[in-house]
Write a protein of this length. Structure first.
Length: 231
């Protein structure tokens, strides 16, 4: 009897699980769609923004984007540790989404505010406004911090909603379906970001081109929080 009781404690029944289940998956997938379109839509065309608006050389713009991408790929290590050790995946994703949204808003602000001082004696662009580059780099840093919270937790958080202790064929198919949809959405989001968002930036200007990802990120955050009671 003692042995069977110990086995039940080690392998609790699937019915005792309090996971959100399939009803949470649409919220998580929708959040992933809008977040990825917003994020990759900004990365795809950023070198043109730096060279056209800030008159950076191609080499300097490439270095700036390299540092930004490096931070975005390195910080998820700390986001994963923070989620596992302290806050949990839901809170880290929510916090990362808010921080990333703030960074996108600052980036959109750099497109609205003047980048250069102009005087009547100046035939073309004159000196750069002192606070413009710090504002730009701050927006990059915030978006990297936000990615550090979202990237390492989104996929695992979605899988957590399905009881991985349930080894039935039905539950295994559910997990496989979730992973299939997740990577399908990821690929489609990158395609949309590299085509539609880039087209908007080129056809409608940087202000509209940066405002659209902001709206997408707001939608992603709202969908994630709306689905929170189900998780």
């Amino acid at each position: 009897m003692e042995v069977s009781a110990a086995m039940e404690e080690a392998h609790p029944k699937a019915s005792t699980s309090k996971k959100g289940g399939l009803r949470t998956i649409p919220f998580i997938i929708s959040n992933e769609i809008f977040e990825k379109v917003a994020t990759f839509g900004l990365h795809a065309n950023m070198i043109l923004y730096l060279t056209e608006r800030y008159h950076m050389s191609n080499a300097l713009a490439t270095v700036v984007l390299y540092i930004w991408n490096a931070l975005s790929n390195f910080l998820p290590i700390f986001g994963a540790v923070l989620a596992d050790a302290r806050l949990g995946r839901f809170r880290v994703i929510a916090l990362g989404s808010v921080v990333s949204l703030l960074g996108m808003c600052l980036l959109c602000l750099t497109a609205i505010l003047p980048a250069f001082k102009r005087t009547p004696e100046c035939a073309g662009d004159c000196s750069l406004v002192p606070w413009q580059l710090p504002l730009l780099f701050t927006s990059f840093a915030l978006m990297s911090l936000g990615s550090g919270g979202i990237r390492p937790c989104a996929l695992a958080f979605g899988a957590d909603q399905l009881d991985k202790r349930d080894r039935s064929a039905r539950n295994v198919r559910r997990l496989q379906t979730f992973f299939n949809w997740y990577y399908t959405v990821l690929g489609l989001s990158i395609v949309v970001a590299a085509t539609v968002i880039v087209y908007i930036q080129q056809a409608k200007g940087w202000v509209v081109g940066f405002a659209v990802p902001v709206l997408f990120m707001v939608t992603a955050l709202v969908l994630f929080l709306v689905g929170s009671p189900c998780t």
